[in-house]
Write a protein that binds this ligand. Sequence first.
Ligand code: ADP
Ligand code: ZN
Length: 564
Amino acid sequence: MKIYASEFAFFLRGQARKNLKLLVLYCFFLFLMVMTYAALFTVLMEYLEGRHYSFFTGIYWTIVTMSTLGYGDYVFSTDAGHIFSALVTFSGVIFMLILLPFGMVSLFLAPWIEQRLRYRPKSQLNADYNGHVIIFGYDSITRALTRKLIAHHTPYVIVTANQDEAILLEEEGLHVVVGSPTNVTFLKNIQVAKARHVVANLSDPLNTNICLTIRSFCETPIATMIDEPERSELLRSAGANRVIPLKRILGSYLASRATTLGATAHILDAFGKLLIAEMPVKSTPFVGQTLAEARIRQLTGLAVIGLWERGTFTVPEAGSVLNPLALMVFAGTREQLHALEEIAGDKDQTDLVMVLGHGRIGCNAARFLERRSIPFVIIDRTNNLDCMDHITVIGDATNRHLLLESGIKDAKGLIVTTNDDDTNIFLTLASRRQRPHMRIVARSNQEENVDQLYAAGADFVISNASVGANILNNVLEGKETIFLTEGIDVFRAPLPPALAGLSIAESLIRPKTGCSIVALELPDSTDPIVSPPPETILTEGMGLILIGSPEDEENFGRKFRNGP
Ligand code: ADP
Ligand code: ZN
């Protein structure tokens, strides 16, 4: 079906589209001609022959005559009438039988056949091709990654074994090659050896095979996605340099954001000794206070570098109020985080989390909760055959009675993680209606549904595609960026030489780029200066750790990094 759609699309593009307009105009011209002849027919019959016929008979006669069918059921008997009939037949031959088919063939059929014959999806790249990213397996994750690569002008190529898919992707303007991902000759032909990186995003067994095949002839770095984290070692031994257990990462993200319990900071990443971690405001005693009143810095040494609330990230100021539903992002050492956990300490054992959907992501979310002894209930339509550990309530999560019976009224947190975004949106909306203060986190399978999920009332939405693409992109760029969520990066950069000797305020990093300095790393010390005050002087050899949106990060690169 898709393939017919793509053929049809051919006629709606470029020159074919212009030709289509021409055809419509021509048909209009023919229509006018038929109408005129039909009117003339009735008039001439009336005046020359004294016979009366309707206008519709005129149309019928004109079409029969122009198409040279000439049934002979209505005929003129005068000379003038014969001349008129001959004229109609003659223009019919010219305009209907010669020009129309000729136009159809030359304007539509021939270009279409030509493009079909000319179209051979590429199955190799020029020998001088290099530095490209090769992507095996096109889905919402690699689609988001491709967009990033295009934005950064990084050459890439998508590999597919399916010619129809190749045609569709090429039609979207993407760079595609067709061939088997485990055929050595094909892999050599697409210059794998000279590629910058390979991304394997197919099934675990196929990814393993790709790694082995590529390792048989070159050392190009390979990043692979993996469904079952237990298989990581296997993939590494097959030659993968980075194995990304995306479903586990997604599961942990969802679970860590669904619970206010445990009072454990969820560590997002580390820059040497400096940890970036998040914790829900609700699990701390600071609810309702301003940042200045909370005195977190004085009590623990930690710097609050961000606040997440319903999908919006802000760099907090002294007057920012800590809302119970917000999530604080901290920068500091492990000891400082422990100090915070001590303060946040008392666990409320009645916290209950509902997990809707027991696929791999739901299962990983459950494991995360289990490790922190947080009680949970899982609901799924079917049993997860890969998991023997979790007792599942079997039933449709959209069934209100099932949710009530399973204890949604007592739940403090809800994880919505089915594989269907419509269901996720529905479940989020329905649960939000019923429980205005419950913490709801939802997974979005397609990037375009993130906004709808927030609109439906989710506190946090995690998009498979953008998390996956961000992680992959960071791996490709060898960058020490961490993923906070859509739209925010923490990254490391050496102090641009031009800024040495200036204070942070004088450096104008924030006004010029939008990035804020989270910490300074000194060359001779392992302890970073977290959240340095604006009067701190920047000295040569320092490292900066910055936070900002991807655009801010790009700004920083353009303004400061592209030195000599
Ligand atoms: P992933 O591995 O990415 O989590 P899956 O497709 O394996 O994705 O998991 C999604 C799970 O959601 C499946 O187990 C499916 O049965 C479940 N699911 C989908 N719709 C509903 C629903 N309406 N009610 C309950 N469970 C559902
Ligand atoms: Zn499970």
